[in-house]
Design a protein around this ligand. Structure first.
Ligand code: NAD
Length: 393
């Protein structure tokens, strides 16, 4: 099959297996180029291992530190007629590269929020690893089925407290326009916290602890985005921000609950970049196109793999790493510092339909968006007939 991108709104509904493999290989090459990263994890569980920040965490663990990685993701398998999701192909490519390098890798594809998935992971750890010494929580999902009640909760992306009108860029229509977002009601806030808050992270740590598969001193981190004034109304101070605040509560609870085992838990704040999760958030395509412009000019632009290499090296596995006042690791300083934000704000205020492509790095945004699905890589023949089938064992 010849596979060309099928873009519908903020999502691409297909993926290219060879291009996804190129994406994974580029990230592996980056990590290998860093040289010796020093001491790190040995047995890592990555929840949300197939794309974005979770995939980068798996690559850094495996190829940066030689760790065994057990991953969990929720991806669609390809058929003869239909491509799989990018995360499926990324996982297949990761397994291939790990096998070539003699690295252990195992991936379970299923609903990480379910009890069954937790039990399967525990069984896999007992079979293959004994215990894990690092748990990465990098799930991004629009819905979650509560494992106790079976109730399905859906997250909403809405402001909290008051309506908010702002600029946004419609990637489908190539249109800069104003968008008015009504404030969320209490139910919507509650549901978003149920999906993206800390409850499931805590359930994972509880299940792993009860099964005695956490090594003494095991580290765990969940990822957040904090941002600044430009994104606060729709992110930091909005429904998703409320869910992310709940991660801070969960981190503190995990530390207290497993103090006797010396479990370390942190929320890690990462920079905004194009992933399948962020492209679905109103305002983010415009904001990210502007920060890419500014940060590339400043020479501070980073993707998932650079951010996560830094997180492991400078924070998770550093001696006495610095945290912020709520015990979070901050990897977002190059984006959120006042000088950089002032430049972004100046562009934000000026941006119109007419000057958008000149003031922003939408070309860079779009290129990275295509890369998420394995498109737009040099050296990949997109006219070639390729099999959509791929697997891992
Ligand atoms: P992503 O969409 O690229 O990855 C999400 C991962 O979760 C995938 O591996 C997917 O398969 C998995 N997943 C989703 N639902 C699942 C389920 N029910 N069961 C098992 N796996 C499931 O997202 P991302 O942008 O890498 O986000 C990961 C984390 O990083 C999120 O907490 C997000 O808020 C945070 N973060 C993102 C950004 C950004 O700009 N993208 C910035 C800072 C922090």
């Amino acid at each position: 099959m010849v596979i060309k991108p099928k873009i519908r709104g903020f999502i691409c509904t297909n993926a290219h297996p060879v291009g996804c493999a190129a994406n994974v290989q580029q990230q592996i090459a980056y990590v290998k180029n860093q040289g010796d990263l020093g001491d790190g994890p040995k047995n890592v569980l990555v929840l949300g291992c197939s794309t974005g920040y979770g995939l980068a965490s798996r690559i850094v663990s495996g190829f940066g530190y030689g760790a065994k990685t057990l991953g969990v993701c929720f991806e669609k398998e390809p058929s003869e007629k239909k491509t799989g999701t990018a995360g499926w192909y990324n996982t297949s490519a990761f397994h291939q590269a790990a096998s070539d390098a003699g690295l252990y890798a195992r991936t379970l594809n299923g609903d990480a929020f379910s009890k069954e998935c937790k039990q399967s992971v525990i069984a896999a750890i007992k079979e293959d690893l004994g215990k894990v010494d690092l748990v990465i929580y990098s799930l991004a999902s629009p819905r979650r089925t509560d494992p106790e009640t079976g109730e399905v909760y859906k997250s909403t992306l809405k402001p909290v407290g008051q309506a908010y009108t702002t600029k946004t860029y419609d990637t489908d229509k190539n249109l800069v326009h104003e968008v008015s977002l009504e404030p969320a009601n209490d139910d919507e806030i509650f549901n978003t916290v149920k999906v993206m808050g800390g409850e499931d992270w805590e359930l994972w740590m509880q299940a792993l602890n009860d099964a005695d598969v956490l090594a003494d001193g095991c580290k765990t981190t969940a990822y957040t985005y904090i941002g600044k004034e430009l994104t606060w109304p729709i992110y930091g101070h909005a429904t998703i921000g409320k869910a992310k605040e709940d991660l801070d509560r969960a981190a503190a609870a995990i530390i207290t609950d497993y103090a006797s085992k010396g479990i370390h838990a942190w929320v890690s704040s990462l920079k905004a970049l194009v992933t399948q999760a962020s492209s679905a958030i109103p305002v983010m395509p415009l904001y990210i196109s502007l920060i890419y412009k500014v940060m590339k000019e400043e020479g501070t632009h980073e993707g998932c793999i650079e951010q996560i290499t830094g997180l492991f090296n400078e924070k998770l596995f550093a001696d006495a790493p610095e945290t912020d006042d709520v015990n979070r690791f901050r990897m977002d300083g190059k984006e959120t510092n006042d000088a950089t934000q002032a430049k972004i704000k100046a562009l934000w205020d000026q941006v119109t339909q007419d000057n958008f492509h000149e003031l922003s790095d939408y070309a860079g945004y779009h290129q990275e968006f295509l890369h998420l699905f394995g498109f737009g890589f040099d050296g990949v023949d997109y006219d070639a007939d390729v099999s959509p089938l791929a697997d891992w064992s």
